[in-house]
Design a protein around this ligand. Sequence first.
Ligand code: NDP
Length: 319
Amino acid sequence: MHASSRSAVSGAMIFYSEFDDYTAWRDAMQARLPDLRVVHGSEDHDPASIHYALAWKAPLGFFERMKNLRLIVNLGAGVDFLVGREDLPAGVPITRITDPNMARMMAGYVLFATLRYARDIPYFEAAQRRGEWAYRHPRSPQDVRVAVLGLGELGACAAQELCRQGLTVLGWSRSPRSIEGVECHSGMESLDTVLSRADILVVMLPLTPQTRGLLDRERLQLLPRGAALINVARGALVDQAALTDLLRSGHLGGATLDVFEREPLPADDPLWAMDNVLITPHLASVAIPASAAGQVADNVLRVSQGLEPANRVDPARGY
Ligand code: NDP
């Protein structure tokens, strides 16, 4: 159900993000909930007045004194910075943003990176640097197998977009999923087979105790020689040292990396200088205030009316 946006809301909302535009979020929230007071985490405020938090990577201790907190909205899709921390008041529901526009932005990035490999663009980029007309006949899209690990809000949307390009798409998730045109697999027992068939591997899993380090050296070696890896999820899902070695040895043909074990990626990291690596600074997709503020406002109203918020994260599951 949609809670009515006309209702009054008690308490204030605190905002924290070093990346997102505070003014845009405050204005978007207040356009929907004129009674809601929004304060920035750096402004003077009475912690007891805070009922709602809209936060991305808030420093440890941030939530500690907010004894009347009733809802924490993660200002993004990945909640690994939030679940499991010790400064959260017990029992406060955590929700996350699941916005179709965020999924579309992510699918656009994945599509770009995948097609770049499927169409051998890095090969032509290198040939151009040598001033060489190096004809290589294009592969037929269905001959390129792309495996998408994680078929959630973002992964499923990206997998569908890849299908639309005529690529052969394999998907992998924890529980069985069905997506038209995608050969879906689930569970640990099928992971190695999926990896061994992937010309291009797209990582779109949440970071949880189960997925941390999932793509270790042994599993990365299961990828066919010359395969490409695209990681838009979290750096710690992949053994970065093993990835670097395999990119050096040529076992992996290339990687497009938006996320890293340490961010910002340290200046002396060898990945920076590798010709077969494309690096972007964690921005494959972002929450867009104009389109996502509606669901945040709706959840604020639900909670203020004693209802269960939508898009609730299960801290025990980790996503
Ligand atoms: P969802 O929670 O909607 O989906 C997660 C998917 O991963 C589900 O299909 C889930 O399986 C699967 N999964 C979870 N744990 C396991 C496991 N142990 N084994 C197999 N599959 C598993 O996440 P989103 O699609 O919204 O986002 C994915 C991640 O993308 C986020 O967690 C975040 O880290 C990252 N992200 C990165 C951004 C960037 O800019 N680089 C921006 C936004 C998000 P099941 O379907 O069975 O539940």
